[in-house]
Write a protein that binds this ligand. Structure first.
Ligand code: FAD
Length: 485
């Protein structure tokens, strides 16, 4: 167990440091000298910590503690007596460890990426499919809430993993990152698919109001009260944490559609309201894919044996699932013609009012060089659970704080579409500029802003989306080119 944990190493705070593990002691080595060491026991109790004077106040002590925490897999306990300097370290370490993983900031996103980076190569490809449960998420990155809002971009995540592991070892992880790009590009060209889904959710919600028996079945599924223990556990995990492992999402959707025989649109709606990473493209199209509507005739059937194997034996729903289900009948959505992709606008003017939106909260990389006179975020009206809303609002605040500092421009906070033109007037702006918002709530809100803002399109999207016309297999052949620039 301890041996296996050693592959997981927290990011090193200083170049040139290496870590040595021996039973009960972790040592940080500089070029020719010991930078520090930490003695501990299997219960996670820290017995002694020493950092050489030349290495103090540089994050080495915290790094040693993180290495011990990962090696033991336990919360750390600090043995008394603790010196005043030690007390400050203990307090700051404890405060950091208590922070929720999905703190909605770019800083937290970068820290999460740094922590996962060592595992994003071959280890990810080998282990990603297993849902070990809420207490062990070491095999997947959990970056999706950050990437969804572009607190961190797909491109920088893919490049960091590529630089660390090389293409052959990083390929699987990069492909997964590119699924999001692919789904977005696909839906961008078929917005009617999302519009039809929204209309279905409305229609079905009205039907539930009139048919209490179906409403009770949907409610039991959402509450995790179906009697299928794996499904019930995932429903509760989803509402408690706002996140599920990818394989659990596939099983959940499949059981919802084929075993519980509930409308897929209502399951997708539950995901969209609860997930911190709720994404119109990834969510709607993944549910359609499970149902057999996205790749016609091919559906995803959750099998008890597969669940037993890939939950590490935590669940074994033998005899409870409909494993002989047929795909749902074609709804005709794929036959409708595609619409053209958006193109970027030329930006003119000496004073730019920058209107951010919930789909792209990293303006530093998108708007460098623009003469930005003021910044705001557009209220999209995106609904959801308290946790989802809190993450979104925190992410907006973080983006505004970063943009204010990066562009030395005042923030007007979050504006509804009706208030944008007055804000731009007050700023004496020549033009309102907004990152392109792909299909979803932010795009709907942006469409209400008058006059229409000039559009910024990320080069990553502009290069990738034209390849998202058919299936992912064709799309993924272009990934090396996408990263080549
Ligand atoms: C029914 C269903 C609904 C889903 N709904 C959403 C959703 O609303 N929002 C969302 O972000 N993802 C959704 N996914 C995709 C996927 O489950 C999550 O992106 C992934 O589980 C996030 O965990 P992670 O960050 O640890 O992923 P990792 O395995 O660490 O992958 C790294 C990154 O790649 C991207 N990624 C990985 N798998 C997928 C995928 N299948 N599709 C798109 N992007 C992917 C994510 O940005 C992820 O953060 C859904 C999948 C299914 C089957």
């Amino acid at each position: 167990m301890w041996q296996g944990m050693r592959a997981l190493q927290p990011p090193c705070p200083l170049p040139g440091l290496t870590v040595l593990h021996a039973d009960g002691i972790v040592t940080a080595m500089g070029a020719n000298t010991t930078a520090g060491y930490c003695r501990f026991n299997e219960t996670g109790e820290i017995e002694y910590l020493f950092v050489g004077p030349a290495y103090r106040r540089k994050g080495v002590a915290t790094w040693l503690l993180e290495c011990v925490a990962q090696q033991t897999g336990r919360p750390l306990v600090f043995r008394e007596p603790i010196s005043p300097m030690g007390r400050r370290l203990v307090d700051s370490y404890t405060a950091r460890a208590a922070q929720p993983f999905w703190t909605p900031t770019r800083e937290a996103a970068l820290a999460a990426l740094g922590e996962f980076l060592p595992n994003a190569g071959r280890a990810y490809a080998a282990r990603r499919n297993t849902d070990y449960g809420p207490d062990d998420r070491s095999n997947v990155s959990r970056l999706s809430p950050f990437i969804r809002r572009r607190l961190i971009t797909e491109e920088e995540v893919a490049r960091a993993v590529l630089d660390r592991h090389g293409f052959a070892a990083a390929e699987k992880f990069i492909q997964e990152v590119c699924w999001r790009t692919y789904w977005k590009g696909w839906l961008e060209q078929r917005p009617h698919v999302y519009a039809a889904y929204l209309a279905d959710v409305e229609r079905l919600s009205r039907r539930l109001a009139a048919e209490p028996q179906i409403a009770a079945r949907v409610q039991a599924a959402a509450d995790g009260a179906t009697g299928i223990d794996c499904f019930d556990a995932w429903a509760k995990e989803l509402t408690a944490t706002g996140w599920l492992h990818n394989h659990a999402r596939m099983w959940f959707a499949s059981i919802w559609i084929f075993t519980l025989e509930l409308p897929w649109q209502l399951g997708a709606d539950m995901f969209e309201r609860c997930l911190l990473d709720a994404d119109p493209a990834s969510n709607t199209l993944s549910w359609r894919w499970v149902a057999g509507l996205q790749t016609l005739g091919k559906h995803y059937v959750a099998r008890a044996e597969n669940i037993r194997e890939h939950t590490n034996g935590r669940f074994d729903p033998r005899g409870l699932l409909n494993e002989a289900a047929e795909p749902l009948p074609d709804d005709g959505a794929l036959a409708r013609p595609a619409v053209p992709l958006p193109s970027p606008d030329a930006i003119h003017g000496a004073r730019v009012a920058l209107l951010l939106n919930d789909d792209d909260l990293h303006p530093e990389s998108l708007c460098a060089g623009l003469p930005i006179a003021g910044v705001a975020v557009l209220e999209s009206g995106e609904a959801g659970s308290t946790g989802k809303r809190a993450f979104l609002e925190g992410a907006r605040a973080d983006a505004l704080a970063r943009a204010t500092a990066a562009f030395n421009a005042p923030s007007a906070g979050v504006l509804s579409p009706a208030h944008v033109s007055a804000w731009a007037r007050d700023l004496d702006a020549d033009v309102v500029v907004a990152p392109h918002a792909p299909v979803g709530p932010a795009a709907r809100a942006l469409a209400q802003v008058s006059p229409t803002p000039a559009r910024l399109l990320r080069p990553w999207d502009a290069r990738a989306w034209p390849h998202a016309r058919a299936g992912f297999f064709r799309f993924r052949q272009h990934i090396p080119d996408l990263l080549d620039r």
